[in-house]
Design a protein around this ligand. Structure first.
Ligand SMILES: C[S@@+](CC[C@H](N)C(=O)[O-])C[C@H]1O[C@@H](n2cnc3c(N)ncnc32)[C@H](O)[C@@H]1O
Length: 469
């Protein structure tokens, strides 16, 4: 109420201000829930990548870094746990929602995700999600959402004990789960659990610019807790992930974000001064940059990628790190279109793949990949291997890498390649991590505390003389 000396209109203004403050206080959390629900829906129903979905929903708002992080946390949570959350919500709803109210279904999933997985007080999670119905232009749904979420708070254990489908229990689509069970009969449960966990933030220190200990001290000074990664000499693991801009010297190229498994690739290449190196599937440049950082005296690094937009990202990565490589936008499997005829001492094929080893980092893979994609990717991988193999100098080494855990993209792919190329010999890999697959090694999420990667090193067994076209 206004003070006695206030005019009627003053007190009305005050009341309006108070209402505005209340609206702002409650509408921002509601907006964040609505944007999270929209981003999740764009991935799950719209088939978009999570990066595209976040670009679309976040570019329309001016949110602080903290609020953007909240939108991403909730949206990625719904994307990651969709099959579980959808079944919980369906069991709580007494009637099936109409298709045109699918946005309310997504809001309900954001509500259950907050209650089940986030440390948000129940009343705040419920209230902000209920208010989000208003922001969505569907005030009629407030009562429904309130009732469903309060019912979940009361009966969570009971509802969850009723979940019985494989999809709801594993939060994976049936086809991925079935392939994991078939490929990894004793490890699939750990892989599934790791796929559903939030991934660690791993850094690769640019040792040409700063030592790992010095960079760790810089992080500590910036209030970021991290520790040395025992598996790689370049690696640090950050305790609580931060935005890359918060990393000291990120824009100046002191550090990159890269999983431990990805950091195992370049040391295995055994790079020597004067060598010519081909990175055949290079964008966005994580491994190209690592190659140049780790052996600055190479004769040349040629970095090829078929996607010209991604070649732009590759160039940006190199520019940020102040590194140089010869970047080419071309189909690496068609060397007649781009190769200058000079053999390479080392070739890296970091092949396009199903990405089933990095689901914890990209949960949209669970939604956007289809079984038929795997077959198509296997064909591309075989074409790349066959197309690039003749470019290897005598005694040279070709490393084939994927971030897949499916054998058909990995050991089966390499075994088939060796049938077609009797001059290929499997060379040892200087790493302990992962499982020995005969023609390579496989790290598995949940078993090595790193992403799921496959590595194979092949050497030419013939005496062909190096030549220049
Ligand atoms: C796994 S990603 C590479 C990641 C990269 N090596 C890194 O560390 O940042 C696979 C890449 O292969 C590229 N690619 C797919 N088919 C290709 C082809 N035929 N020739 C060259 N690049 C190809 C894709 O555009 C994609 O950028």
């Amino acid at each position: 109420m206004g003070s006695p000396s206030m005019s009627v209109s003053d007190s009305k203004v005050m009341a309006t201000d108070r209402a505005a403050v209340n609206t702002v206080d409650r509408s921002l959390p509601a907006q964040l829930r609505l944007q999270a629900a929209r981003a999740a829906s764009a991935v799950i129903d719209g088939g978009r990548s999570s990066n595209d979905a976040f670009d679309a929903v976040l570019s329309a708002q001016s949110l602080s870094g903290r609020d953007q992080a909240m939108v991403k946390e909730i949206a990625l949570g719904v994307i990651r746990w969709y099959w579980t959350l959808a079944e919980i919500v369906q069991r709580l709803l007494q009637t099936k929602l109409r298709n045109k109210d699918r946005d309310i279904f997504f809001l309900l999933m954001t509500g259950v995700y907050q209650l089940k997985f986030m440390h948000i007080p129940a009343h705040a999670a419920v209230d902000s999600t209920v208010q989000a119905c208003e922001s969505a232009g569907k005030p009629w749904a407030k009562r429904l959402v309130n009732g469903v979420l309060r019912n979940y708070v009361r009966r969570a254990a009971d509802i969850e004990s009723q979940l019985d489908s494989d999809a709801a229990l594993s939060a994976h689509p049936d086809w991925i789960r079935a392939r994991l069970v078939a490929a990894w009969p004793s490890a699939w449960k750990q892989i599934i659990d790791a796929n559903n966990a939030r991934p660690p933030m791993c850094l690769r220190v640019n040792l040409g610019r700063i030592s790992r200990d010095e960079y760790l001290a810089r992080l500590c000074k910036a209030g970021i807790v991290a520790a040395n990664d025992p598996q790689v000499a370049t690696g640090l693991i950050v305790e609580r992930p931060v935005a890359v801009d918060a990393l000291p010297g990120f824009s100046k190229g002191l550090v990159s974000v890269q999983d431990t498994a990805a950091q195992l690739v370049v040391p295995a290449l055994d790079l020597r001064p004067g060598q010519r190196v081909l990175d055949a599937c290079a964008a966005p440049g994580g491994k190209t940059a690592h190659i140049v950082e780790s052996q600055p005296a190479l004769a040349e690094v040629v970095a090829v990628d078929v996607d010209s937009d991604r070649v732009g990202r590759l160039r940006a990565t190199l520019a940020r790190l102040r590194l140089d490589a010869h970047c080419i936008a071309a189909d690496a499997s068609r060397p007649d279109t781009w190769w200058d005829g000079v053999y390479f001492d080392r070739v890296l094929i970091d092949a396009p793949c199903s990405g089933t080893g990095v689901i914890r980092r990209h949960p949209d893979i669970k939604h956007n990949r289809r079984p038929e994609d795997v077959e198509a990717l296997c064909e591309v991988q075989a074409r790349l291997l066959d197309g690039v193999w003749p470019l290897l100098a005598p005694g040279g080494k070709l490393m084939y890498v994927t971030c897949s855990v499916f054998p058909e993209e990995n050991q089966h792919q390499i075994s088939a390649f060796m049938q077609r190329h009797p001059d290929a010999v499997v060379a040892p890999l200087p790493m302990q991590a992962g499982v020995d697959c005969g023609v390579g090694r496989q790290t598995l999420p949940g078993i090595d505390a790193m992403d799921g990667f496959f590595f194979s090193m092949l050497k030419r067994g013939d005496n062909r003389a190096a030549q220049v076209k």
